[in-house]
Design a protein around this ligand. Structure first.
Ligand SMILES: Nc1ncnc2c1ncn2[C@@H]1O[C@H](COP(=O)(O)OP(=O)(O)O)[C@@H](O)[C@H]1O
Ligand SMILES: NC(=O)OP(=O)(O)O
Length: 314
């Protein structure tokens, strides 16, 4: 059965933590991702692709700060737009090339997308979104002192700069995205969670200095574009219970009720699997099928043969 699938690509799909952030490295990673996505399209499904931008937006912000005496720096929402632009460019180009290789002549378009947030969101008081590269605790604390950054430990992987990450209220171009997908166009949208914007009292839009979590905005995108499937791709084949312990167990097909029990037990870490499971559970609550799996098993997972699959009822 042909389905409309929102595919959210994790940060690792664009840049692995130990890789240098060169254009070439990121382009090749994106090409590998789009090679797999093109197989899903070949199997007859409609896809909307979204992606993270944590490492990239952090690096762009840093470039702005380091060059501030030569070129005036841009605010974080503009850095977010820049990262969405360059990742979208790589994705649009590689996806088109991979589809052509498979003999598919499909239109691919990358939309610079704004995401509305609430300016009074409590998240502004407690920055939590890691961006940029990883540091040792010592380096991070030194940078925090020198540059006035807020730094935090990132899910056991090292220390990173953090910025505010408000909840996405709505994806501003979701109606257009829906129309394009109804017309069989493959859309890349809301990259990096979308550019955070707020509405002034008179209704005008204004940029907000923050970075939205892409798993949360992927849920909004799936909800608003009326997708059948929300698929979150990361670097593990499945979600696990007792992750990292000798008795860890991979989750296959589970119900929303089971997922809620595991979430209440604290099985999903706040900075990594937590937001993915939160998005997946919200989507399952709406009656859709949510999948969390690795990039390499994405096409199998769509057919229900891999990954963690969450639905309201089995
Ligand atoms: N319960 C769990 N099951 C599987 N992976 C988990 C779990 N808890 C934490 N993780 C970690 O979550 C990571 C994926 O989250 P993250 O690195 O933020 O994803 P991405 O950057 O791909 O969006 C995995 O590499 C794994 O180390
Ligand atoms: N915006 C965002 O969530 O990016 P990452 O997935 O790269 O952290």
């Amino acid at each position: 059965m042909a389905e409309k699938i929102v595919i959210a690509l994790g940060g690792n799909a664009i840049l692995q933590p130990k890789q240098e952030a060169t254009y070439e490295n990121q382009y090749e990673n994106v090409r590998i991702s789009t090679e797999i996505i093109s197989k899903i399209v070949k199997n007859g499904h409609t896809v909307i692709v979204t992606h993270g931008n944590g490492p990239q937006v952090g690096n762009i912000l840093r470039q702005n700060e380091e060059a501030k005496d030569v070129v005036p720096p841009f605010p974080l929402d503009v850095c977010s737009a820049e990262s969405q632009g360059f990742i979208g460019y790589m994705m649009e180009q590689t996806l088109k090339n991979e589809l052509t290789k498979l003999g598919l002549n499909r239109e691919v378009v990358s939309l610079l997308t704004q995401t509305e947030v609430d300016p009074n969101d409590v998240a502004f008081e407690d920055p939590s979104k890691p961006i940029g590269v990883f540091y040792s605790e010592e380096e991070a604390k030194l940078l925090a002192e020198e540059k006035g950054w807020i730094v935090k430990e990132d899910a056991g992987r090292g220390w990173r700069r953090v910025v505010a990450s408000p909840e996405p209220k709505s994806i501003l171009s979701s109606e257009t995205i829906k129309r394009l997908t109804d017309d069989e166009v493959i859309v890349i949208a809301a990259g990096g969670g979308g550019i955070p914007v707020m509405r002034e009292k008179d209704g005008r839009l204004k940029g907000v200095e923050a970075v939205i979590d892409k798993d949360r905005s992927a849920f909004r995108l799936a909800e608003e574009s009326k997708a059948d499937v929300l698929m979150i791709l990361t670097d593990v084949n499945n979600v696990f219970v007792n992750y990292g312990k000798p008795d860890q167990k991979a989750l296959g097909s589970i119900t929303l009720e089971e997922a809620k029990i595991y979430a209440d037990e604290g099985q999903f870490s706040a900075g990594s699997m937590g937001p993915k499971m939160e998005a997946a559970m919200k989507f399952a609550e709406l009656g859709g099928r949510a999948i969390i799996c690795s990039l390499g098993q994405a096409d199998l997972a769509v057919e229900g043969k891999a990954g963690t699959q969450i639905t309201k009822v089995q």
